[in-house]
Design a protein around this ligand. Structure first.
Ligand SMILES: Cc1cc2nc3c(=O)[nH]c(=O)nc-3n(C[C@H](O)[C@H](O)[C@H](O)COP(=O)(O)OP(=O)(O)OC[C@H]3O[C@@H](n4cnc5c(N)ncnc54)[C@H](O)[C@@H]3O)c2cc1C
Length: 238
């Protein structure tokens, strides 16, 4: 047996699981498909319960160092919601922190605790017997473990290989997310956002790094195959 537990997927879930297992002395190998960490920012922040868990694990200072605290409140599913009153938490705020930073901090934590991480390792098959699990990687290698944990995201290969269903209703709306350089002044951007959001709540444009902005727009319709990335072409008029 190569290791006690193989964790498939080195996103925030996989790295947190790897760190937790190491705290119990379990030998862990994380198999991550991507050669390099993604630079795409999905999550923009952590909510109170996640922040509490980072605090319990002694990770809070690292997160606070890279994040910005915002008051609670905002909207959920387009519905404006005030901050809950009397929240019983030492961390009743939202911590703005881009997901690539969260991913990096959790990876560093897991590695410091002794987890091994293998990048460029795409799981394409599984073989299970009474002794454990054999993993088939795209490069043909076959690491083995006593247990395997699937943390490979919303379109999990592990779930598909195990034949586990994912029942639910298909989405009736779709939103596109992108990052772009914006040359307009912050005042112009703010005025355009305010104007468009009067009638379209799913529109957003916010700076993330200098001129680079994160833009969110409603898609025209819903894709038939959501595994295929949509291409969004600008008209070239700005
Ligand atoms: C547009 C968008 C905005 C979001 N905003 C927020 C937010 O503001 N706040 C928030 O809390 N959450 C947000 N989320 C959700 C958040 O991004 C996810 O909940 C989080 O990434 C889930 O983590 P995960 O580790 O489970 O999966 P992932 O982050 O998807 O990680 C899965 C990992 O598994 C790897 N993998 C996949 N298949 C294989 C394979 N076959 N073999 C090996 N490795 C594999 C992938 O490369 C990936 O690294 C957002 C998501 C999106 C899409």
């Amino acid at each position: 047996m190569d290791v006690d537990v193989i964790v498939v997927g080195g996103g925030p879930t996989g790295m947190m699981v790897a760190g937790e297992l190491r705290l119990h002395g379990v030998e862990v190998l994380v198999l991550e498909r991507d050669e390099e960490p993604t630079r795409v920012v999905r999550s923009l922040g952590l909510h109170a319960r996640s922040i509490e868990i980072m605090d319990q694990r002694g990770l809070l200072d690292r997160f606070l160092e890279h994040g910005t605290r915002y008051p609670l409140g905002g909207f959920f599913a387009g519905i404006p919601a005030p901050a809950p009153e009397g929240l019983d938490s030492a961390h009743a705020y939202v911590l703005g922190i881009p997901q690539p930073v969260t991913d990096r901090l959790l990876t560093e934590h897991a590695v410091e605790l002794g987890a091994r991480v293998r990048r460029g390792a795409e799981v394409v098959g599984l073989e299970q017997d009474e002794h454990g699990v054999g993993v088939v990687l795209a490069d043909g290698t076959r690491p083995r473990a006593r247990y395997l944990v699937g943390c490979d995201g919303g379109r999990s290969t592990v779930r598909r290989l195990l034949g586990v269903d994912f029942p639910g209703e298909p989405s009736t709306s779709e939103t596109l997310l992108g990052e772009m350089e914006v040359s307009a002044s912050p005042e112009t951007v703010a005025a355009v956002v305010t104007e468009v959001r009067r009638t379209q709540k799913r529109f957003g444009l916010a700076p993330i790094d200098g001129a680079v902005h994160r833009v969110i727009v409603p898609a025209a319709g819903v894709s038939e195959d959501r595994t295929v990335p949509r291409r969004w072409r600008s008209s070239g008029n700005g």
